[in-house]
Design a protein around this ligand. Structure first.
Ligand code: GDP
Ligand code: MG
Length: 454
């Protein structure tokens, strides 16, 4: 998805506000990209419409590709749709986090019912959540297997209970799933447990028999959480499954497993959008530590596949002085990138966390980083030293680096407390940068970023 979107955004080269046709073109691509990422069609439509509205006429920072602004709009829309908050307000953040966390507020023992298709990861997730509740929240946890058909399923849960250090309720021969569930609740109460996990038997497809059984269990045990566990790799099918379970059970949340596989995150977006249920956890591996509390921002990043491009855009928009950038761009086009301009660029780099920080944020930086390394321009401490060297030059020298012969270099070196060799390195870097920048269509820090990404 990332590559695809990257191409979309490269195509958006307009300046200022995005034109409607820019946006429409991008939306077509985003639509395809989302469909390829397994997002359900109605969700895609809804999503694209939302983004389109925001992108048309959105004020775009002049020195940055409008495309990146669209990336940000798309990203924000993803976060919003995934149930995250875009607010910086701590109270809002806390509320969003609470909606995505397990609810345990009830008279103990509270029941957590695990529902889902066979093989979706219910039993494994039970083990993971049990370990998490026992260790992080100091809860006394009981596991009960309701799978009367497959003895192996019970053994699997028993082993997980041992690993997680939780209690385990074995099945008594001849019991029905409903009977075990009721017994689990009474044993849970007797044993002073806080939480009882009811790990239901799955079926390979949703059928009435399964639904009747799980529905009866839910009625009898009144779970505080009824979690639908779904395999993120099943994509579109997961959405259909979620709909059917949601129609019969009072679901309280979703757990998406196998996020560690090459699932594209689209299932999560669809399930959340279609059911309106919060995603509470992600399964990220087979082992018991393979559990992540759901984080809308992180998943949006995964879906978008653009790494930290978005935070880069945000950072850049904070520090880049638009006028300076436009001026530098103009000079570069004319091949007049002088040392004053370099000093400004260095200052901007510093504000953005130095080149090291920048490089980490940007995809495809290998070649550029090597070039700058060779020129000695990557070290963040060097940025300051390089600025000092430039400050020791006269205005005339800064605008005409060609006049810098040996004696002037010596004076500058002494003035900045650096060696002549270092002055030479800086001048070499300036030459390389101005060469590079001449090749760019647009200038400023933004132009540089574009060249780096390209
Ligand atoms: P259940 O039938 O719903 O109880 O599914 P299980 O818990 O038995 O899981 C089925 C298979 O999926 C097992 O081999 C698990 O190890 C595996 N599994 C479950 N969750 C994850 C996950 O988040 N990542 C990976 N890679 N495998 C998982
Ligand atoms: Mg199971």
């Amino acid at each position: 998805l990332g590559d695809k979107l990257g191409n979309v955004f490269d195509g958006l080269t307009g300046r200022g506000a995005l034109s409607e046709s820019d946006v429409n073109k991008a939306m077509r691509e985003i639509r395809i990209a989302l469909l390829e990422a397994d997002v359900a069609l109605p969700v895609v439509k809804q999503f694209v419409e939302k983004v389109r509205k925001e992108a048309v006429g959105e004020k775009v920072i002049k020195s940055i590709k409008p495309g990146q602004m669209v990336v940000k709009i798309v990203n924000d829309a993803l976060i919003d749709m995934l149930g995250g908050t875009l607010s910086d307000d701590d109270a809002d953040k806390a509320e969003a986090a609470k909606a995505n966390a397990l609810n345990l507020a009830g008279r103990p023992p509270v029941a957590i019912l695990m529902a889902g298709l066979q093989g979706s990861g219910k039993t494994t997730t039970t083990g993971k959540l049990g370990l998490y509740l026992r260790t992080a929240l100091k809860k006394k946890v009981l596991f009960a297997s309701l799978d009367t058909n497959r003895p192996a399923a019970m053994d699997q849960l028993g082993m997980l209970a041992e690993q997680a250090g939780t209690g385990f309720l074995p099945i008594v021969k001849g019991e029905t799933a409903l009977q075990i569930a009721k017994r689990a609740m009474s044993e849970g109460a007797k044993g002073g447990y806080d939480v009882v996990f009811l790990d239901t038997a799955g079926r390979t497809t949703v059928n009435d028999e399964l639904m009747d059984e799980v529905e009866a269990i839910a009625k009898a045990t009144n779970p505080i959480e009824t979690l639908l566990v779904a395999d993120s790799l099943t994509g579109q099918d997961a959405v259909e499954t979620a709909n059917r379970f949601n129609a019969r059970l009072p679901l309280t949340g979703l757990v998406l497993t196998r996020i560690d596989g090459d699932g594209r995150g689209g299932a999560a977006l669809s399930m959340r959008a279609v059911t309106g249920l919060p995603i509470k956890f992600l399964g990220t591996g087979e082992k018991l530590d393979g559990l992540e509390a759901f984080d809308a921002e992180r998943l949006a990043g995964r879906i978008l596949g653009q790494g930290d491009i978005v935070s880069l855009v945000e950072k850049a928009s904070q520090v880049i002085n638009e006028k300076d950038a436009a001026l530098a761009a103009e000079k570069m086009r004319k091949g007049q990138f002088d040392l004053d301009d370099l000093a400004k660029q260095l200052g901007q780099m510093q504000k953005m966390g130095g080149m090291g920080g920048l490089m980490k944020l940007m995809p495809g930086m290998g070649k550029m980083k090597k070039q700058l390394d060779a020129a000695g321009g990557v070290d963040d401490k060097l940025l300051k030293q390089q600025q000092a060297i430039i400050l020791s030059m006269t205005p005339h020298e800064r605008q005409n680096p060609g006049v810098l012969k040996a004696s002037r270099k010596k004076r500058i070196a002494a003035g900045s407390g650096m060696s002549v060799q270092e002055v030479n390195k800086l001048l070499k870097m300036h030459r390389q940068m101005s060469d590079m920048m001449k090749k760019m269509s647009k200038g400023g820090m933004a132009g540089m970023m574009q060249a780096m990404q390209g």
